[in-house]
Design a protein around this ligand. Sequence first.
Ligand code: AMP
Length: 118
Amino acid sequence: MEYNSNNVFAKMLRGEIAVNKIYEDDYALAFYDIAPKAKIHALVISKAMVVDFADFIEHSNAAEIEGYMRAIVRTAEILGVVEDGYRLVFNSGKNSGQEVPHLHAHILGGEKLPTAHL
Ligand code: AMP
């Protein structure tokens, strides 16, 4: 799928939509999900204009991939979920139900999570 910059996360990165920010660096922006599916539910979006994980890996260099991954861990640390554990989810494509076509990781935690497919 070709990247389309009309999506809501691209608008957040351009400052066109307000963000409840948790963390930001050169590679990523993290904020709370508007419709939380767990006690703690954050999203870490890439600053690369890519649709999903495969698109990201194909179009990013090693520093960019590392930077994004580190931003996810940094966000989990700020949220205080590392010790008790959390779930990291990347929805990709229609079978996953991906709604927003801009790379994002879901961090879910703060409580014991239901098993759901894993
Ligand atoms: P996905 O189904 O993986 O594409 O997840 C998209 C997520 O973005 C959903 O969990 C939505 O609740 C969340 N979302 C959509 N719009 C916003 C927004 N304006 N602010 C925060 N989260 C949002």
